[in-house]
Design a protein around this ligand. Structure first.
Ligand code: NAP
Length: 248
């Protein structure tokens, strides 16, 4: 059975189906506190990342993931191109860069490869000069929200304007956290790796502001689990918090 979304039904018809993929250490970190690029999961996990990309109209990542890592957000080449075509998707996913204050380094690897459209999401508080620079690097720039990006609004726009029906979020912790907090995540793909990073400032699968009480937490239902070697691969379905349903 392929490892990917079985149903791509979004929470609302005007939103994309959102799935998050993340590799986590046994102590709940996704990178060391230095945030240096440390590929700590297996080759199997990295192939799985491409498999998950092969279901996505678009892939989204945060400014730090993209400027601290040599990431292109490509489709992984053959055989993933064929998988995408079989699913009726474009050869490459649209790439979405999240940078609310437009702090992303314009020299980030992602901007050096022009195989698919790049959309930058930012907010009204981003300095004009940096926004102009990003505008020159991106195919489109969307401004949503005052201090932080208004993700419900941004995702509705992505669905309407760019026909993004399936959106894969590949971190980091800040972006994942914001999507969970907004109640927009449908599925979580979590790889549990036999590594300990430690470090109170090391990023986790969902950072940002977080919630204050269990009642506000994203509730997950385990859908699948498999073990390959020393790693566990888990798929969780997220139940939409009642308090977030007003976004539709
Ligand atoms: N293990 C894994 O699977 C995995 C996956 C991805 C990344 N990582 C690691 O995670 C680390 C990066 O994660 P991170 O949490 O530090 O950073 P991140 O989420 O990649 O990017 C953070 C930036 O994204 C923007 N952002 C995030 N949420 C926002 C919101 N609600 N509104 C507006 N802008 C928002 C901000 O940009 P501005 O500063 O411009 O406002 C923020 O500084 C790296 O070490 C990377 O290697 C690991």
């Amino acid at each position: 059975m392929p490892w990917g979304p079985t149903s791509r039904k979004p929470f609302a018809a005007n939103l994309p189906f959102v799935y998050v993929n993340v590799a986590m250490t046994a102590d709940g970190k996704i990178a060391p506190a230095s945030r240096n690029f440390e590929p700590f999961s297996s080759r199997r996990d990295r192939l799985l990342m491409y498999e998950l990309r092969s279901y996505a109209d678009a892939i989204m990542s945060g400014a730090r993931t993209l400027d601290l890592n040599p990431v292109k957000l490509g489709n992984g080449g053959e055989p993933y191109t064929r998988m995408r075509w079989r699913r009726g998707l474009a050869e490459h996913p649209v790439r979405i860069v999240v940078s609310g204050h437009a702090t992303i380094d314009p020299d980030a690897e992602v901007f050096k490869h022009r195989f698919s459209p790049i959309i930058v999401l930012t907010s009204q508080c981003a300095p004009v000069k940096r926004v102009k620079k990003l505008h020159s690097l991106a195919d489109e720039l969307g401004v949503f929200g005052k201090e932080q990006i208004d993700f419900p609004q941004a995702l509705r726009w992505l669905r309407k304007k760019w026909n993004v029906k399936s959106l894969l979020c590949e971190g980091g912790g800040e972006v994942n956290g914001a999507l969970f907090q907004a109640g927009l995540v449908n599925e979580l793909y979590l790889t549990l790796c036999p590594v300990i990073f430690g470090g109170r400032d090391a990023p986790t699968p969902a950072d940002g502001e977080g919630v204050e009480a269990l009642a506000e937490a994203s509730q997950l239902r385990l859908r699948r689990i498999k073990r390959v070697g020393a790693e566990f691969f888990l798929i969780y379905r997220a139940l939409r918090p009642a308090a977030r349903r007003d976004h539709d």
